[in-house]
Write a protein that binds this ligand. Sequence first.
Ligand SMILES: Cc1cc2nc3c(=O)[nH]c(=O)nc-3n(C[C@H](O)[C@H](O)[C@H](O)COP(=O)(O)OP(=O)(O)OC[C@H]3O[C@@H](n4cnc5c(N)ncnc54)[C@H](O)[C@@H]3O)c2cc1C
Length: 450
Amino acid sequence: MPKKIVIIGAGPTGIGAAYRLNELGHENWEIYEQNDYIGGLAASFRDNKGFVWDIGGHVLFSHYPYFDKYVDGILKNDYVSHLRRSFIRIQDTWVPYPFQNNIRYLSNEVILECLVGLYEASRNRQPSANFREWIDAMFGDGIARHFMLPYNEMVWKFPLDRMSKGWIAERVSVVDFKRVLGNVILERDDAGWGPNSKFSFPLHGGTGAMFEGYRQALGDHLHLNHKLISVDAESRTLNFENGHQTTFDQIVTSAPIDALIPMIKAAPQAICDAARNLSFTSGVMIGLGFKKPCPSDKCWMYFPESSSPFYRVTYFSNYSPNNTPGPDHYSLVCEISCPRGTVDDVGSKAVETTLDGLLAAGLITRDDVDALVSTRVIKLERSYPVPSLERDQNLKVAQAFLERYDILSRGRFGGWRYEIGNTDHSFMQGKEAIDRLVLGDEEKVWTEIG
Ligand SMILES: Cc1cc2nc3c(=O)[nH]c(=O)nc-3n(C[C@H](O)[C@H](O)[C@H](O)COP(=O)(O)OP(=O)(O)OC[C@H]3O[C@@H](n4cnc5c(N)ncnc54)[C@H](O)[C@@H]3O)c2cc1C
């Protein structure tokens, strides 16, 4: 009898695991999801006005042919390809992303400050022990002060000097002085950096279509509305909020690891403490649907200035014409970060705060406010897993404890590693967890990156 594998969570990690189990022809498995839908943070929703909403602005770019093959099988040709048009709103102007490559759009005083800082930093590179020090050491005073520090403070809502720098590789563009100087003097745009400079988006159904399209293949293995509440690791029994009980030989879970550990009977206090000490940022995602043609061809914009409530705004209707009820409509998805424990408070006034911020930034006018026909507020208790200085030590302790019981905790909040916290990374972690459990293969994404 093949071992019984239980998957907790039907987000990208869980779907990656299920897809691989189907591919391998392993039949003894179940997938439990607390929500009444699949897709997790990568789900999408259509409202009764005909607007489609993602949970924050998601774009599809992948590092893995295996994930590409899965997506191709689901979407076929039903997607739109985009070249990124992304900007930073700063000092009442638009600077193409990445900021540090395109400072020529700023005032001469600020350009000079940024260039001098970058030059001094590169001439005398200081060692850095945390993210804040790394920003100063890599970019110097000007770029740090005008963009890198305020923007990251807005996103993470966590002290930057208590964050590590080990996760940065693909997430922050590092530039050299000569290139930036060249961009300024030659008035050259330099906006092609990064893995998401080209991206795709499903033509119908939002990001969630990539996972919704696999629902049928989950068959009777899928159990929605099943929230795991306790685990007896010794007797290998799982208990769900609705009274359902099941057994397992092995588990692949993408439930937040800080919530999972305390569910395990007999988890020692030190392990619970390690899990509790993992830090996260909360977020409120605000969708605004307008009955007006879209005024811009931009994709998304960053807002580092504290006068703005959001750190990012996406012209979501530009990703697919089917994200709105018709061509005479457009939609914005705005993202606000907040410290843990404040999401209800921030969420309760998010629409008003966001409209005020958009008016102040000149993104909308009073006419747009009058044309607002749909709003959607999504509150996320956990939006970003913070790469805090203590993260890796806490994770090591928590993961080692789980592995003793053949529980592999993977994905954005199961694995808690932001550097491999995107959709494609998560899907691959699910797939490779199954390869490890069924075939004895080594996990690559989980062990090699970060
Ligand atoms: C604002 C934002 C923007 C993003 N933008 C992008 C982007 O542009 N591109 C990209 O690739 N990625 C993006 N991501 C990341 C992407 O959403 C995640 O990588 C992905 O959803 C993680 O998948 P996962 O399965 O690990 O976790 P999740 O999506 O969180 O899925 C976990 C699932 O487990 C379920 N669950 C939790 N606890 C229990 C329980 N006790 N019992 C049963 N079920 C449970 C949850 O309901 C959920 O369905 C973004 C994320 C956010 C928050």
